[in-house]
Design a protein around this ligand. Structure first.
Ligand SMILES: Nc1ncnc2c1ncn2[C@@H]1O[C@H](COP(=O)(O)OP(=O)(O)OP(=O)(O)O)[C@@H](O)[C@H]1O
Ligand SMILES: [Mg+2]
Length: 230
């Protein structure tokens, strides 16, 4: 087992024969391999329990693989389905200050710029509890950006949002990637139309890259109900 950050790596992320079992012995990933082709917006679909969330946790280092390799070309940050599970502080500005890289001075200009980058300009003093769901999700993305992450790992980031907010979060990530990279897990097949490529996870293994539209058509032909794609 090896994990390392390799700045010279051409791919933002390469996964090689990754294996993970939970402490109860249940297998979540079995020889899972794939490589992000480059910066951009990449999507991952798969049925419930196919290992998508476990994979994202392994990439960030929250879990340790049993075997295999995770080669990171840049630093990752996780964005959860429910922003209330990751936003910790009272105001937008204090949340972003908390996520600035260790040792960096607290600069109001940097915080204002990060808020502007995600469409929340002027909201530094705004209490987080007063934000809409979509605004909270965009603040979670700003927290990832201010931390210096260049690979965003988004675990069903629009699942709890209304249609307008779903669109605004997708548009934001689309604008950021490239030059940044995102690995976006979704059960919403219509989102596949907007990615640079998509992979299907099945039984803890990753398939091959396809165009998002091609994978969407394939899954729709199978007529799987929402939430079970894969
Ligand atoms: N804490 C845990 N302990 C034991 N098994 C777990 C734990 N968390 C997840 N699992 C199991 O690991 C497997 C993969 O789960 P994971 O959450 O990665 O799937 P997923 O693809 O994200 O599914 P979903 O689409 O429902 O979010 C499943 O069989 C799940 O039950
Ligand atoms: Mg999941």
């Amino acid at each position: 087992m090896a994990e390392r950050s390799t700045p010279a790596l051409p791919s933002p992320l390469q996964i090689e024969r990754l294996r993970y079992r939970w402490p109860n012995g249940a297998s979540a990933l079995e020889h899972c391999s794939f490589k992000l082709p480059g910066p951009g917006l990449w999507m991952l679909v798969g049925g419930n329990g196919s290992g998508k969330s476990t994979l994202l946790r392994l990439i960030t280092g929250l879990l340790k693989p049993e075997s295999g390799q995770i080669l990171r070309g840049c630093s990752p940050a996780l964005v959860f389905q429910n922003p209330d599970h990751q936003l910790l502080l009272p105001s937008c500005g204090s949340e972003l200050a908390f996520h600035r890289p260790a040792g960096h001075p607290l600069e109001r200009g940097r915080i204002d710029a990060a808020l502007e980058q995600v469409g929340l300009a002027g909201l530094a003093e705004r209490p987080i509890h007063s934000l809409s769901g979509g605004q909270k999700q965009r603040l979670a993305i700003a927290s990832a950006l201010i931390s210096g992450a260049q690979l965003l790992l988004l675990d069903e980031p629009t699942a709890l949002l209304d249609p307008d907010s779903q669109q605004s979060v997708l548009t934001l990530i689309r604008e950021l990637c490239p030059p940044l990279s995102a690995l976006w897990v979704t059960h919403r097949l219509e989102e596949l139309d907007h990615c640079d490529g998509a992979l299907r996870m099945e039984g803890g293994q990753a398939g091959h890259w396809q165009s998002g539209q091609e994978l969407r058509r394939q899954l729709e032909r199978q007529g799987l109900p929402r939430g079970t794609a894969g």
